[in-house]
Every structure is written in structure tokens, then in C-alpha cells.
Design a protein around this ligand. Structure first.
Ligand code: SAH
Length: 203
């Protein structure tokens, strides 16, 4: 990770501390859990590559107590990293099966301070806005307007945005004021798609 450009010591320490195999349901894959690979987590979704999680976490520059909204709870692995960094974390998942499984699993692991929600991340979670930071962990087709609204002035959105090559450009958008978004572009990644609406247990 350090060779690939992860320099934030707090991020590296969090990745080092968290046992990634616990977030992978298929025990046959546990011997590979510490490789830089994505693995199935059910409902057709995957746990992100650890490098991707580290990269997004580093871009967030988490300060202890930052109110952060994560879109795409999935396995909970990224949420665990953000909690270790001291985030006051709110996380949303649209797959009912994953929400039902991950929320109690994370509580049992000891992450009792994370707030879990089942719903459509395109809408964000206006009840608790504004957020210092928002991170999307699925491939976004566009910049969700509702999420920009829910950022405080000076706040940041980390978003993997679909590009013409069928991958995503990692962007960091800073809300300078209500009209101006400052954009920084980083490297390309490959995420599962960010989809609209909620998926019940049958999708
Ligand atoms: N952060 C997760 C990444 C899981 S993959 C982890 O560390 O494991 C991305 C997740 O985003 C999937 O679980 C997918 O169901 C979810 N997702 C996709 N579109 C969404 C949306 N509109 N709202 C909330 N979650 C969404």
C-alpha cells in the first residue's frame, strides 16, 4: 500500500488493525483475504479492494469527530476503517439483505457508534445533514445533487464517477460555496454500479 502511494499513517494503521477476512462470508476465500482483491459479499455485491478503501479513506482526510456519510455499506469494511479513523459515521445500503446482515455484525464487532440505514444513497440522509464529508463506494453515473446539498460549506464529496472507458475517475469535490464546486481528479478505479431505489430481499 505504501508503495502504491498510501502515505497517511492513520489509514495504514487502521487497515493493519482490521481483520478483513471477517468481512468475507465465504470462509474458503479467507486465505486470500489480505490480497488486493475484491470478493463476493452476497446480493451480487463485492467488498472493495483494500487499496481502493485506503485510497478513498486517505482522500477524506478524516479528522476525529467528522460527521461522514458513506453511500454503500456493503460488507462494512470501509465503514470499519472510517470508524477507526474517528469518524462520526452514517452509512446507507440499498440491498436489504446486506443491511440486515452488516448492521448487527458490526455492532457485534464493537462498532456501536456507526449509524446504519437501509435506503437509496442518491437521496442521502437529509435528517442529519450537513455532513463534513460524503463518500460514495459504488460507481456513480452522475454527481447526485442531493448529496451536494447535504454537504456543509467547505465539505467534500469523494465520488468514483463513470468515465468513457467504462471505469470510474476518482473525484474529490469541495463545496466552496452554494454555487461553486472545486474538483480534483485522481486515478481510475472499477466499482460495482450505484443503482437507484431500494432493493428488497429478492433482487
Ligand atoms: N463500502 C463497501 C463497498 C461495497 S460495494 C465495503 O467496504 O464493502 C458497493 C455497495 O454499494 C454495494 O453493497 C451496493 O449494494 C451499494 N449501493 C449501490 N447503489 C447504492 C445506492 N444508491 N444507495 C446505497 N447503496 C448503494
Amino acid at each position: 500500500m505504501e508503495q502504491k502511494g498510501i502515505t497517511d499513517q492513520k489509514v495504514l494503521a487502521a487497515i493493519d488493525k482490521i481483520e478483513r477476512h471477517l468481512f468475507i462470508p465465504d470462509t474458503a476465500l479467507h486465505s486470500h483475504a489480505y490480497e488486493n482483491k475484491a470478493f463476493p459479499i452476497g446480493a451480487g455485491q463485492t467488498i472493495s479492494h483494500p487499496y481502493t478503501v485506503a485510497f478513498q479513506s486517505q482522500l477524506l482526510e478524516v479528522q476525529p469527530g467528522d460527521k461522514i456519510l458513506e453511500i454503500g455499506t456493503g460488507s462494512g469494511y470501509q465503514a470499519a476503517v472510517l470508524a477507526e479513523l474517528g469518524a462520526d459515521l452514517y452509512t446507507i445500503e440499498r440491498q436489504k439483505a446486506l443491511y440486515d446482515k452488516t448492521a448487527p455484525f458490526m455492532k457485534a464487532l464493537g462498532y456501536k457508534q456507526i449509524k446504519f440505514y437501509y435506503g437509496d444513497g442518491f437521496k442521502g440522509k437529509p435528517a442529519f445533514a450537513p455532513y463534513e464529508k460524503i463518500v460514495i463506494t459504488a460507481a456513480a453515473p452522475e454527481i447526485p445533487e442531493a448529496l451536494i446539498k447535504q454537504l456543509r460549506i467547505g465539505g467534500r464529496l469523494i465520488i468514483p464517477l463513470n468515465n468513457k472507458e467504462g471505469k470510474q475517475d476518482m473525484l474529490r469535490l469541495t463545496k466552496v460555496d452554494e454555487q461553486i464546486l472545486q474538483k480534483e481528479v485522481f486515478e481510475q478505479f472499477a466499482f460495482v454500479p450505484m443503482l437507484r431505489g431500494e432493493a428488497g430481499n429478492k433482487e
